[in-house]
Write a protein that binds this ligand. Structure first.
Ligand code: ATP
Length: 548
């Protein structure tokens, strides 16, 4: 899909009107040149009032049509750019988590920041290109009418110019594509730079190796690609323009030697060709930007994000979830396939059941598949085989979004928003205060009437408590904590396992806890131990089949 189609999709009527204005600009420009040529041929001065009026009318028409076309297309471009940003955010949220994980954060960031900007700039090129196209068309028509023979010669030059411009342009497009790929790598390096600050500051050798072997070489490749694009473009543009001067030279000095060309034709041609130089020069400058926008747009499409029509804002608001009598995972599996690994990690098949008022502990060594299972339980991953049932009804692709609304979670890589995003509204201020006190955060964080947090610059353990507060406010039927207590001090660990979890259980919540704290395994009603993606065959004294 190219940028023009993107604009057309947004509003065919707008584009058609703007193109008409563009053509009018071109026709009026050609008319003005004809007038000027006419005046020059007569040795200056407009013959009569009618001619003066005609000249003035064409001037106003040209300016009016140009401004009209520019305004229409610029407005359309701004609307399309903002719609693209909004849609992209919605599409990312509608795309399955697994696909987003495969794409990786650097690629998504590069798209959200760079690609959207490149598309915006590409779209900005469309209005002037269309207007210039109209002017070129108008002038060419005038030239064809003036002298077929000279026009044929001009066409040969124009063709030569077009070929010698388009061939390098293909190469420029290839360079732009390479540059776009390198940009993904560059964003990956920038991510390492910002997230690895401590590690890089603390180890000089690592810092140097990172800069010299990763960041700088990628930046250098990017710079070289961009320089090659600029140089090639400057060369082809200059070559194209010099062809025009060569043509004028031939017209003025060589052609009269072969055949008789009236002086008015020579003046008219020289005038029109010189006039054409500006729109042609501008168009040639704009085309690579249009190309970069097209490459960026293709890149966005290649992400294969779910269409915005099924995005989160497109669906009707979901009703608050009703506590299910049971949730069953029946033979669910999930595998991570990576080219770099001989054997993919496979989780399952897993059977388990969640019931209100019951606590399930999921335990096991690092990499045994606990977090993966948590993503399957919460509907963040769709099972590759097997099924999830709510009260005996299978969860399908259509109902998975609704299913996810049953869960309040704190994953180990949770994100803390700097606002409660609607959770503090509806007279919940007292609740918020009570939870802050219970989580021993009342001296650290204040939450205003709109739910904005006074700070999120807290210790890891405190940030996790804030995340827990958010989960409490969500008040969902099922709670899932992924190694929540790992960063808590012994006292608060005790509070979490001996008070908070039993309270949730007493409130009729189903609770899933991923834990390494074997001191507290007795809190669980069921305990599921994972080993290399499978339920361990050797349960300890409290371990029961979770599905029992
Ligand atoms: N996004 C991913 N892409 C590819 N492989 C993954 C991904 N996430 C996890 N894995 C792999 O799946 C396996 C299980 O990971 P998982 O995070 O589920 O384990 P875990 O039991 O939660 O580990 P830990 O106790 O260390 O948190 C690991 O071998 C890991 O390398």
């Amino acid at each position: 899909m190219n940028l023009l189609i993107l604009l057309l999709r947004r509003s065919r009527g707008f584009v058609a009107l703007a193109v008409c204005f563009g053509l009018m600009t071109g026709a009026a420009s050609a008319g003005l040149i004809a007038y000027i040529n006419d005046v020059l041929a007569r040795g200056g001065g407009l013959a009569d009032r009618g001619s003066l009026l005609g000249f003035a009318t064409l001037g106003v028409l040209m300016l009016g049509a140009r401004v009209g076309s520019q305004l229409l297309l610029t407005r359309l471009q701004t609307n399309t750019t903002f719609a693209l940003r909004d849609q992209l955010s919605q599409r990312i949220l509608a795309t399955p988590l697994r696909r987003l994980e495969e794409l990786g954060t650097p690629r998504l960031l590069a798209t959200l920041i760079d690609d959207v900007q490149a598309v915006t700039q590409g779209l900005l090129c469309v209005p002037p290109l269309l207007i210039n196209g109209g002017i070129i068309l108008g002038c060419m028509t005038y030239l064809a009418v003036m002298s077929r023979m000279v026009f044929a010669a001009l066409l040969v030059f124009a063709l030569l110019g077009a070929v010698s411009y388009l061939l390098p342009l293909r190469h420029i497009m290839g360079l732009l594509r390479d540059s776009r790929q390198t940009n993904d790598r560059f964003f990956g390096d920038l991510r390492s730079l910002t997230q690895g600050l401590k590690e890089l500051k603390l180890h000089e050798g690592r810092r140097k190796a990172f800069l010299l072997q990763e960041l700088f070489p990628t930046a250098q490749t990017l710079k070289q690609l961009q320089q090659r694009v600029s140089s090639l473009h400057a060369l082809t543009t200059s070559w194209g323009m010099s062809l025009f001067f060569f043509f004028i030279g031939l017209l003025l000095f060589a052609l009269p030697g072969f055949t008789h060309v009236p002086a008015t034709t020579l003046v008219g041609y020289t005038l029109a060709v010189l006039y054409l130089q500006q729109p042609l020069d501008a168009s040639m400058t704009l085309l690579p930007m249009l190309g970069a926008g097209t490459v960026a747009l293709r890149h966005i499409e290649a992400l294969a994000l779910v269409p915005a029509e099924s995005g989160p804002l497109a669906t009707t608001p979901l009703a608050p979830p009703v506590a299910p009598a049971r949730i069953d995972l029946v033979g669910v599996t999930h595998a991570y396939r990576r080219d770099s690994e001989d054997l993919p990690f496979t989780l399952g098949p897993i059977d388990l059941t969640l019931r209100p008022g019951e606590i399930l502990f999921i335990v096991g060594g690092n990499g045994s598949g606990k977090t993966t299972l948590a993503k399957l339980i919460t509907g963040l991953y769709a099972p590759e085989s097997g099924a999830v049932h709510v009260n005996g009804q299978p969860v399908t692709d259509e109902t998975r979004e609704l299913y996810r609304q049953h869960f309040a979670t704190v994953f180990s890589d949770f994100h803390l928003f700097d606002s409660l995003l609607g959770l503090a509204e509806g007279g919940r201020a007292d609740k918020v205060r009570a939870y802050l006190t219970r989580l021993q955060l009342e001296r650290k964080v204040r939450i205003d009437a709109h739910g904005a947090l006074s700070t999120t610059d807290l210790s890891t353990g405190q940030r996790k408590r804030l995340a827990l507060l958010t989960a409490y406010l969500e008040d969902r039927p099922v709670y899932l904590f992924d190694e929540w207590a790992a960063d808590q001090d012994p006292l608060f660990k005790e509070v979490f396992y001996r008070e908070l979890l039993p309270d949730l259980k007493a409130a009729g919540k189903a609770v899933v806890v991923i834990s390494h704290d074997d001191r507290y395994f007795d809190v669980a009603d069921h305990l599921l131990r994972l080993e290399s993606g499978a339920i361990s065959a050797a349960p300890s004294h409290r371990e029961t089949e979770a599905s029992a």
